[in-house]
Ligand binder design. Structure first.
Ligand SMILES: *Cc1c(COP(=O)(O)O)cnc(C)c1O
Length: 382
């Protein structure tokens, strides 16, 4: 029987409780190397670049949460994406969502292109993806909801297009975490996470994950981790394991706060637009209801002037003006100069990111305090 979504954050289906003296918290194996019993024999671990028990334990949790055969824990989300892109060859073409995390666009434009990869940026929520598939197309890469404009694409429908054309569908699932959305179960081939965000959940640790059911990709990735060495360190693996224990209740609470704040923002005179898929009028609302268990804790909104946008960033106190998302503390971000600063201006504007756009990641504070702070700031705007 499959475990429930909250139990999956706390226990493995095939848990062995007799090992490690029954320790409830998994030990941190802070070791670089392992003694061998004899030549040609191994304890199962040889060197921590290849594998470490604490990292392996975390990988089992991530695989279980996403419904994948295997997960790989890397030092950051970007390390995960970089490693995954080593499976492609010069000349390969990848179709990617245009409104991606800025760091992914920076990687594709400045590093992957140098490796001979070709990219076509599309709006996966609206464009006809099939039309962009060519002889050398190897993958579709998307985020849903997108970062930061909260576009929603239909994972199952795009997975079908990928299957029909014998190409891979890769989904960066960071914004919803495996608690709210499981792209592999909807037909995706590979899932990416920045574990720095909701999985870790405390704004204190960097991590990244790749999850897949594809045996050929699993084999390649295991070889690549051993060879390139971006595996997650044991202590950081333990911090993410601890974060995951409360993933379910954090997602529920942060999501509930997001809904309350999105509704409130809608009625503010300085707010010109609210992008939150949990609002019934959001164009992706119905798709999201079908493919995800919750709408997440990310809200993007526009205010009536750049002056007011900067003023909000300057005045926040409980809400922190900081990059990143998905932690217990509420953060507000200015995509134009922060997360998406390296995205060319014309691309930013085409995606809808302007100098009046703000992105909020709601934490688990009392929503009344968050609203009280925003209200007092909004009252001081011009
Ligand atoms: C933060 C983020 C990344 C990059 O992850 P890091 O852990 O910061 O390297 C990738 N994708 C999305 C959607 C993100 O939010």
């Amino acid at each position: 029987m499959e475990l429930g979504d909250n139990t999956k954050c706390l226990h493995l289906a095939d848990e062995d409780t007799k090992i490690h003296y029954g320790a409830i918290s998994y030990p941190i194996y802070q070791t670089a190397t392992y003694a061998h019993p004899a030549v040609g024999q191994s304890t199962g671990y040889d060197y921590s670049r290849l594998q470490n028990p604490t990292r392996e334990h975390l990988e089992k949790y991530i695989a279980q949460l996403e419904g994948g055969k295997e997960a790989f824990a890397l030092s950051t989300g970007m390390a995960a994406i970089t490693l995954l892109f080593e499976i492609f060859k010069p000349g390969d073409h990848i179709i990617t969502e245009a409104d991606l995390y800025g760091g992914s666009i920076r990687l594709f434009d400045n590093v992957s292109k140098k490796n001979g990869y070709e990219f076509t940026y599309v709006n996966c929520a609206k464009d006809d993806i099939q039309k962009h598939i060519k002889e050398n197309t190897k993958a579709i890469y998307l985020e849903t909801p997108t970062n930061p404009m909260m576009g929603v694409s239909d994972i199952a429908a795009i997975a079908q297009i990928a299957k029909n054309n014998n190409i891979l569908l890769i989904v960066d699932n960071t914004f919803l975490s495996p608690y709210f959305q499981n792209p592999l179960k909807l037909g995706a081939d590979v899932v990416i996470h920045s574990g720095t965000k909701f999985l870790g959940g405390h704004n204190d640790t960097l991590a990244g994950f790749i999850v897949t059911n594809n045996d050929a990709i699993r084999e390649k990735l295991r070889f690549l981790i051993k060879t390139t060495g971006a595996g997650l360190a044991p202590f950081d693996a333990w911090l993410i394991l601890r974060g995951i224990k409360t993933l379910g209740i954090r997602m529920e609470r942060a999501g509930a706060n997001a809904k309350i704040i999105a509704e409130w923002l809608k009625n503010q005179k300085h707010v010109t637009k609210v992008y939150y898929p949990g609002l019934p009028e959001h164009p992706g609302h119905e798709i999201m209801k079908k493919q995800a268990k919750g709408f997440g804790a990310m809200i993007t909104f526009n205010v009536d002037s750049k002056y007011n946008a900067l003023k909000i960033l300057e005045k926040v106190n409980i809400i922190k003006f900081a990059e990143s998302l998905g932690g217990v503390e509420t953060l507000i971000t200015y995509p134009t100069t922060q997360t998406h600063a390296d995205v060319p201006e014309e691309v930013r504007l085409k995606n809808g990111i302007t100098e009046t756009t703000l992105r909020l990641s709601t934490g688990i504070e009392d929503s009344v305090d968050l609203i009280a702070e925003l209200e007092s700031i909004f009252n001081q705007l011009d």
